[in-house]
Design a protein around this ligand. Structure first.
Ligand code: IPD
Ligand code: CA
Length: 269
């Protein structure tokens, strides 16, 4: 029998809170970069790897038959080949650069995928104490309060969050997109955590979010929070949200912003 998404959410929630406690309590004062990934600015700290290990131990301790996809390479295949159908998609610290600099906008992101569909997600921001949760078809919540986006601001009044990749070439193109967008919206925010950007679309603290180049673990849980709050979450030209593009906005804003991003060639490098 398939797992109950609400039970998966409980497991994800407890795991994310435990990882959050670890990341707050054990953060060294002299925290440094342990290694870099795709570019010298794409950093990993010892705490990313430690928190990922802790998450995996917690999740597979609770549900030994599941699989895991983790940002820091801690992937696990299901011991029995995947009979449970559940894969955990985890980002131990989304917003690692903020964590490194001791800025508060970083989050532990845990999503539960059932046969390829995200059915539950938690984005926990330990430094601010806020936790965002969602179950597919069951709505989204912030700290236990239901979330529902409005109709959507007119594009000229929209506060739009975005993010930039780690590769200099991609950033040059992203800068050109921002140059084209800035005069047409209220303003731009670059907070530094894709998972939290998606949750702030859900809470209405920004009007929309878009980014090219995020990984699945960056947007799996936050994407469900945004869509369960009533936002449209997708890519460009009818595509699903993916590395090519994630765009999240209330229904009335999604279309106008989508068309502008297409005009600005926001999904090109
Ligand atoms: C990054 C953050 C950032 C986004 C990058 C992501 P990381 O994740 O979400 O806001 O702009 O695209 O890679 O590296 O901090 O886990
Ligand atoms: Ca991330």
């Amino acid at each position: 029998m398939d797992a109950d998404p609400a039970e998966l959410l409980n497991v994800a929630y407890d795991a994310a809170l435990e990882a959050g406690r670890f990341l707050i309590e054990r953060r060294p004062r002299d925290l440094g970069v342990a290694r870099t990934k795709s570019s010298p600015t794409d950093v990993v700290t010892e705490m990313d790897t430690g928190a990922e290990r802790l998450l995996i131990e917690y999740l597979l301790g609770a549900r030994p038959g599941d699989a895991v996809l983790g940002e820091e390479g801690g992937d696990r295949v299901a011991a029995d080949g995947g009979a449970s159908g559940v894969r955990w998609v985890i980002d131990p610290i989304d917003g690692t650069v903020n964590y490194l600099y001791d800025l508060p906008a970083w989050a532990v992101s845990v999503a539960a995928e059932m046969r390829g569909t995200v059915v539950a997600g938690v984005v926990h921001a330990p430094a601010t104490g806020h936790t965002y949760t969602a179950v597919l078809g069951g709505g989204a919540q912030a700290d236990g309060h239901p979330l529902q986006v409005g109709a959507g601001a007119p594009i000229a009044e929209a506060l739009v969050a975005t993010g930039f990749g780690y590769a200099a070439g991609r950033r040059a193109r992203q800068a050109a997109v921002i140059a084209g967008l800035l005069g047409q919206v209220r303003d731009i925010r670059r907070v530094g955590s894709a998972a939290l950007d998606l949750c702030t679309v859900a809470t209405g603290q920004v009007d929309a979010y878009f980014e090219r180049g995020t990984n699945y673990w960056d947007h799996a849980a936050g994407g469900l929070v945004a869509s369960e709050a009533g936002a449209v979450v997708g890519g460009l030209r009818g595509a699903a949200a993916a590395t090519a593009m994630v765009l999240a906005a209330p229904p009335g804003l999604f279309g106008p912003l989508h068309d502008l991003l297409v005009d600005l060639r926001a999904d090109e490098d």
